[in-house]
Design a protein around this ligand. Structure first.
Ligand code: SF4
Ligand code: SF4
Length: 138
């Protein structure tokens, strides 16, 4: 289980039940402690995590339904793009993208991913925009 601040981030959502996945008595004790001490997110963390805000449209919901025959990791790349623009995590995202063997330039524009996306996202354009952002973030 991660540290209390991550667990507080979960509890701060409008949820009835949290199932943390316990592997030891110590983790059960920590989960109980976190729940007892939770008193809302500190203002600093609300600001840092942009709590309650959604990224501007169009954004990927990470459902993972858009399998790419070329092996482009669509949802992962779009997630890094979101981290980059929405949370300002630029260098790390660019470094992760740089490590990928299959980059956006391998896209053949076959359109298969866009047919599968339940949100009707313009995935090819989003990938190209994301790559441009990640490439310019160093
Ligand atoms: S359009 Fe590009 S990203 Fe989408 S499935 Fe085809 S090759 Fe993959
Ligand atoms: S199908 Fe659409 S929403 Fe789902 S992971 Fe792919 S791009 Fe994101």
């Amino acid at each position: 289980m991660n540290g209390p601040s991550v667990a507080w981030g979960v509890l701060a959502n409008d949820v009835d039940t949290v199932i943390p996945g316990l592997r030891s008595v110590e983790e059960a004790d920590l989960a109980a402690k976190v729940a007892e001490e939770f008193n809302g997110l500190p203002e600093e963390e609300k600001r840092l995590y942009r709590f309650g805000e959604l990224p501007p449209e169009p954004f990927c919901r990470q459902c993972g339904l858009c399998f790419c025959p070329e092996g482009i990791r669509i949802s992962t790349i779009l997630r890094w793009g979101q981290y980059c623009t929405f949370y300002g995590i630029k260098n790390w995202c660019s470094q992760q993208y740089d490590k990928l063997n299959v980059k956006v330039e391998m896209c053949t524009e076959c359109g298969e991913c866009e047919k599968k996306c339940p949100y009707g996202l313009p995935i090819v354009k989003m990938l190209r925009d994301t790559e441009a952002r990640l490439a310019s973030s160093f």
